[in-house]
Design a protein around this ligand. Structure first.
Ligand SMILES: Cc1cc2nc3c(=O)[nH]c(=O)nc-3n(C[C@H](O)[C@H](O)[C@H](O)COP(=O)(O)OP(=O)(O)OC[C@H]3O[C@@H](n4cnc5c(N)ncnc54)[C@H](O)[C@@H]3O)c2cc1C
Length: 423
């Protein structure tokens, strides 16, 4: 397959019409590429990955071939140089065709976004900056030349992934590098990633662990002491293969750091939209649920009965409700991802929480409305809707910005300024 073959694909209408949403040419082209490869390659394979709960390896090979693995790699390093929103809108397009591919691609792309455009906005010493630029060049070469893929395990089953306490996975300074020990749960791409971008706390002799000392380190999947354990048989997002990762005395050299000391903490405080990158997948699923329903009611889904169901007023009302919910979701999300930057205003941060909450909750709401509206046949496993329904259920529980945590923060931060108490 090559880009020329993909050019022949008759794509679906864009999630964000380039003229209406004033997308730049490069962003619109990346979105179009995602639609072409999604429709031609990812959609036909999605049911198999889901049924067998296996990683979408073939999709990753295709993404490497067309350049999407390097979407957020700077142009001078051979990538597309996409910023936050270009990545997000492109990921949403992929989510329409295979949720597990879009979600795992998010983990991979974060390794480039966080070490790239985000880090460029943050403070570092001159020495840190020089080392960082040299190290990330190595990491970009692996992606562009070798098709390396990166996972992003930070969940540990405690409060660390919610950003409340330090990570218990530890990185200890040793001669020439780091010794890493710990356990990560739900490590998407487990067993398939070439590198795991592990979030861990630096252990300093005689000091208590602090979130300020969080390190972000690329651990090779084949390093001694790395082990993937446990089975994987979940409700949805089955192709993400998010098993448990054990790290036992894993040595990595200094150049494995994806961000210099202290910069992840700075990013989490000053670049909060970095935690919105899981939402595009679910926006894509929301669009897919709506599109399926329209096709179904128009009688365009093969083998689902002779009747065009669109003539019933109940169906017209249902699709109108779905359209309104989808438009509200897209508009809020597009505004929020357009505002992603260092040091956003309070209102922009609250809007980001609201957008994340809205996408994650509405994706599943739209999928359930789609099943209710289409009816019993739409639940059959020969059709994609029941997979969209199961995949979309996972969105609101993704840490650190789960639906509950978003509401909790909106409530608190809307009513209290930093440092304010009622005492
Ligand atoms: C398909 C899938 C793929 C995933 N992939 C990855 C991955 O690649 N990398 C990764 O790191 N993680 C990944 N995760 C994990 C995910 O981000 C969460 O960490 C995980 O779902 C948490 O599960 P838990 O039962 O341990 O949640 P718990 O920590 O027990 O939390 C349960 C709920 O309680 C609420 N809660 C938790 N902490 C707080 C708090 N401090 N304040 C208020 N409310 C709180 C939240 O709403 C949360 O949903 C994945 C999860 C799924 C389902």
């Amino acid at each position: 397959m090559n880009v020329i073959d993909l050019d022949q694909i008759d794509t679906d209408a864009p999630l964000f019409d380039p003229a209406a949403f004033r997308l730049g040419d490069e962003e619109a082209e990346l979105n179009a590429l995602a639609r072409r490869i999604g429709k031609a390659k990812f959609a036909p394979r999605a049911a198999t990955y889901d049924r067998e709960a296996i990683f979408p390896t073939e999709n990753y090979r295709d993404m490497h071939e067309v350049g999407l693995l390097g979407i957020a790699v700077p142009k001078e390093h051979g990538g597309s140089g996409a910023g936050f929103r270009s990545y997000a809108t492109t990921a949403a397009e992929i989510g329409r065709y295979c949720g597990a591919t879009a979600l795992t691609w998010n983990m991979h792309v974060c390794s480039c976004l966080w070490s790239g455009p985000l880090s460029d906005d943050l403070e570092m010493t001159e020495e840190q900056r020089a080392n960082h630029l040299r190290r990330r060049a190595t990491h970009y070469t692996r992606i562009i030349d070798d098709g390396a893929i990166y996972a992003q395990p930070f969940s540990e089953g405690g409060a660390a992934a919610a950003g409340v306490i330090p990570f218990s996975t530890s990185a200890k300074r040793v001669d020439g590098g780091w010794l890493i020990n710990g356990k990560k749960i739900f490590a998407s791409l487990s067993g398939s990633a070439d590198y795991y971008g592990v979030l861990c706390g630096e252990m300093k002799p005689g000091e208590r662990p602090s979130r300020r000392d969080t390190m972000y380190i690329a651990v090779p999947g084949n390093a001694e002491g790395v082990e993937v354990v446990g089975d994987w048989d979940p409700l949805g997002m089955r192709g993400t293969v998010s098993r448990t990762l054990l790290l036992k005395d894993v040595f990595v050299d200094d150049d494995a750091a994806l961000m210099p000391r202290g910069v992840y903490y700075q990013a989490a405080s000053r670049w909060p939209h970095m935690f919105m990158t899981l939402s595009p997948t679910y926006l894509g699923l929301a669009q897919a649920a709506f599109d399926f329903t329209v096709k179904y009611l128009r009688g365009e889904i093969p083998n689902t009965g002779p009747e065009k169901r669109r003539k019933f007023p109940t169906k017209q009302h249902a699709i109108a409700d779905m359209f309104v919910m989808l438009q509200q979701t897209k508009a809020l999300w597009f505004q929020a991802v357009s505002e992603a930057r260092a040091d956003p205003s309070k209102e922009q941060v609250l809007r980001a929480y609201a957008a994340q909450y809205t996408v994650m909750e509405n994706a599943n709401e739209l999928a359930q409305l789609a099943i209710r509206t289409c009816g019993g046949q739409s639940m059959l496993k020969t059709l994609p809707l029941e997979r969209i329904y199961r995949d979309s259920r996972c969105g609101s529980l993704m840490l650190p910005w789960t639906a509950e945590i978003c509401l909790d923060r909106i409530g608190r931060e809307a009513l209290y300024e930093p440092g304010e108490t009622d005492d």
